[in-house]
Write a protein that binds this ligand. Structure first.
Ligand SMILES: *Cc1c(COP(=O)(O)O)cnc(C)c1O
Length: 397
């Protein structure tokens, strides 16, 4: 059994705050600051450039990738870290499209994160006029999978509503018609059990600064199925994905397997932060995490629905159709969230009307969640969200 009191003690949470935004930016695990400081002082400071070899900086993208892989059901040597998620989406899509040269359509859904759709659009534009992104409603995806589709590109858990796709089923359907699949696991990795190998996905990508707590701007990951890894042709053919970067050949030759999905110089300090942050997962069973997450979500939904009738549940009611977040709608969602944050309960707002709450069992208890719901309902009952200062929009919501 996973000991959630133990995992909670591994985080440095701000005093007096109930943090329901780990789905957007994970909080600071205790071991991270010292590890990063040590690498800065002892490795960068003392070894300077020799650190690439002596401290193993160059191997961090695949070494840390293997640790992330364990949390998403990826075998060793199939995941590599680097860049941001938007870049990894582009990379996976470009390689997938190239493997289906007689098809022109990327199928996605209207619940996808806009950056994924923008990247797909930009890629289509540079490939030619026949390429296009087709988006349908999330529940119409299955019916829209047909032999014209080159790539099915979906985010497993909807960033606004928390609705979860049936990954294995959609992969099977796509493969039946000869399409490839790219899954975005931004709201899955570290949030719910994932089995990329078992579900037989072709590509998967995701970020590390949400549920994996690597800190702002932490690197993304990419997984390529071993059966494809030596065939994919990287569109972002950077020197560190080359077979022999330090041969400085004028011609590009892709590196072995997943190594070819590396692009440029790895963000060493952010990888070190992630490596230290991943220690909190030692001894965590993903099935326990899932059960606890659903327990916390259930407490929150019941309490909010019982005491704040003006908030409407935006997430699926059936627990098995949710990821690890719960959302409610209200036309004044922005101001309500600002008022809640002012009282130490941090969630976030997504336009036009979504109040978003992430449930992260590693550091949230049933007591926290009860208190968060009670604070929210008290703010609603008294109307104290409706002050002018709560209506002023900041740059990041
Ligand atoms: C958070 C998120 C992103 C963000 O991409 P970055 O390039 O890391 O800024 C992209 N896609 C999805 C689905 C996300 O949830």
């Amino acid at each position: 059994m996973t000991d959630f009191d133990h995992t909670r003690a591994l985080f440095d949470l701000p005093e007096g705050v109930i943090y329901l935004d780990g789905n957007s930016l994970g909080p600071l695990p205790k071991g991270v600051a010292a590890r990063v400081a040590q690498v800065v002082t002892d490795e960068w400071g003392k070894m300077v450039i020799t650190g690439w070899n002596r401290a193993g900086w160059m191997d961090l993208p695949s070494r840390v990738g293997d640790r992330v892989g364990r949390l998403i059901g990826a075998p060793r040597g199939t995941v590599v870290m680097g860049d941001t998620l938007s870049i990894k989406v582009y990379q996976a899509l470009a390689s997938a499209l190239e493997m289906r040269p007689d098809r022109r359509i990327i199928l996605s859904d209207t619940g996808n994160f806009p950056s994924d759709l923008y990247m797909a659009d930009g890629l289509c534009r540079s490939l030619g006029p026949d390429y296009r992104v087709k988006t349908v409603a999330p529940d119409a995806v299955e019916g829209a999978i047909d032999p014209s589709v080159a790539v099915l590109m979906l985010t497993e858990v909807d960033y606004r509503t928390g609705r979860k796709h049936d990954m294995a089923r959609l992969i099977a359907k796509a493969h039946e018609v000869g399409a490839l699949v790219v899954w975005d696991l931004a709201h899955s990795a570290g949030a719910i059990p994932v089995d990329v190998a078992g579900a037989d996905t072709d590509f998967a990508v995701g970020c590390s600064y949400k549920y994996l707590n690597s800190g702002p701007g932490g690197p993304a990951f990419i997984y390529v199925a071993p059966r494809l890894a030596d065939q994919v042709r990287p569109a972002l053919s950077g020197w560190l994905g080359h077979e022999a970067p330090f041969a400085f050949d004028l011609d590009y030759r892709p590196g072995a397997g997943i190594e070819r999905m590396r692009v440029g110089t790895p963000p060493v300090l952010q990888l070190v932060a992630l490596d230290a942050a991943l220690d909190v997962w030692d001894g965590v069973d993903m099935a326990d995490l899932r059960a606890r997450s659903l327990e916390l979500q259930g407490i929150f939904i019941n309490r909010v629905e019982a005491a704040c009738p003006t908030l409407t549940l935006a997430s699926p009611r059936a627990p098995e159709n949710r990821g690890s977040q719960v959302s409610f709608r209200h036309p004044d969602g922005y101001a309500i969230m600002q008022a809640l944050i002012a009282e130490g309960v941090i969630g976030d707002f997504r336009a036009p009307d979504i109040l978003r709450f992430g449930f992260t069992p590693l550091y949230l208890s049933p007591k926290d969640v009860t208190r968060a719901a009670d604070t929210l309902c008290d703010i609603m009952a008294t109307g104290r969200w409706d002050r002018p200062e709560f209506h002023t929009r900041a740059k990041v919501t």
